[in-house]
Design a protein around this ligand. Structure first.
Ligand code: PNS
Length: 178
């Protein structure tokens, strides 16, 4: 029987329950699953540093003994070759994901025909969850209960609200002195 190593690449800024759902599904069908965190996304700066994203994913995937975390920069197919992967896992939530994912899958196939992209659908409950929306909602004080792991929620609150409370307190202290 062939030993299938799959990579699951992404920015994971931050990881959501949708990502975890996919990790669980991937872990059940692949022999090894390597979660590959993109170090420096091209277009955006990340809210969480690479070390923070790595730390969250390490804690969240502790229950899966065939899952490990890695990081990469540059071409995904080169990273796949380095880790000896023969499959690439990606999630599709809705039709809107499909065009982008199809283009990436075909381009990656052109670059490395030996790397097979496998698409999986997360549970319906997470079909509308994205890292981008989750960050925005927590920043604006809304509830993301059930959409991200508790650990991630705590870290998001610490990023947005602890920093703000600290600067509010500093401003208040300055005001008192004046
Ligand atoms: O979390 P995301 O934004 O869905 O992940 C996108 C990712 C990391 C899979 C994609 O940006 C990527 O593969 N980047 C590496 C650069 C690369 O290989 N580009 C060509 C892809 S066809």
């Amino acid at each position: 029987m062939k030993h299938v190593i799959a990579i699951y690449p992404g920015t994971f800024d931050p990881p959501t329950n949708g990502h975890l759902d996919l990790i669980q599904r991937g872990s059940a069908i692949f022999d090894e699953l390597v979660i590959s965190i993109l170090r420096n996304p091209e277009k955006e700066t990340t809210l969480f540093s690479l070390a923070e994203r790595r730390d969250m994913l390490t804690a969240l995937t502790r229950p899966f003994d065939n899952v490990r975390i890695d990081t990469f920069d540059g071409l995904l197919v080169a990273h796949a070759t380095r880790v000896g992967a023969n499959a690439l896992l990606r999630g599709i939530r809705a039709i809107s994901d499909y065009e982008y994912e199809l283009q990436m899958a075909l381009m990656n196939r052109k670059l490395n025909p030996g790397l097979e992209t496998v698409f999986m659908m997360p549970a319906e409950a997470y079909s509308y969850v994205s890292s981008r929306l989750v960050k925005q909602i927590v920043q604006l004080g809304g509830s993301v209960n059930g959409l991200i792991p508790e650990l991630v929620e705590e870290r998001l609150h610490a990023k947005f609200h602890t920093a703000r409370r600290r600067s509010d307190r500093a401003r208040a202290a300055k005001g008192k002195k004046a």
